[in-house]
Design a binder for this molecule. Sequence first.
Ligand code: RIB
Ligand code: CA
Length: 307
Amino acid sequence: MPHAKPRLVVIDTDPGIDDAIGILLALSSPELSIAGITTVAGNIGIETTTRNAGRLLAFAGREDIPVFTGAAVPFSRPGPEPLNLHGEDGIGGVNLPAPARDPEARPAVEWLADLLLREEAGTVDVLALGPLTNLAQLVLEKPDAAKRIGRIVAMGGAVHERGNVGPRSEFNLWADPEAAATVVESGLPLVLIPLDVTRRVRASRDFTDAMSKSGKPAAAMVASLIESYFEAATHQESRPLHDPCVMLFALAPDLFRLEELRLSVDVGAAENAGALAIDENGSPVQVTLGVDAPAALDLLARQLIAI
Ligand code: RIB
Ligand code: CA
């Protein structure tokens, strides 16, 4: 059967170790055609997330894919301190080359809006791996472009699961709650992939060993990234693959259980900032609440090793 036409995607990201794994998965997947990468501050500052995006593309020999610098700070509150989890370089100190080209001069949201207005409506998906500041800015400043998005698939939030930066707050939504609320309330086709799912897709040392021994550069680099993730949490037997779940959903949505929930985002300043609440007056959002984790991990391995 002839291959379906690759899906045109934009990756919005704060690389970040798990972002990097998701980006390498996307680069290893002919089913996805990456129009560009837009960066946002989050795991670490904007200069570093942007540089890391360029380093990953140089590693993959994909300097044809442009990188656009996005938001350096959240909408209306101070940005998060860099997460030690991702190391001083924001990407676990793994051996990546320098970027092969500079980021583009055009601001991320301007470029994204032009792309959406140029391409047929509904044909461009956004794979969002970090705080939602760029997407919120697009919704507010370029609504005619934003409504042409095919689908936003975003890693973020926690529904029945405990948070990772507060009792109920997950990092991406906590880092910029106002942006998260804007995107959730926008009515855009949004699939949210919360900690309820991403904590179940976990890489063990057996997985990294198999990737290392595959002889495939992308698989070996993913193994190095996960190993560095382990260094930040030596007591753990496995590490959650939060952001790669976005690409795994884009590649194989049937591996996930989707539910439509009416959600609101806590935009307060207390410990639940950014927390999701199921709210009958909230906005309808498609949320993954279940996953076939072994099949998802198997898909990750197959995509990385096939190339
Ligand atoms: O809570 C997990 C999210 O926060 C992931 O996107 C990870 O990269 C961090 O940004
Ligand atoms: Ca991220």
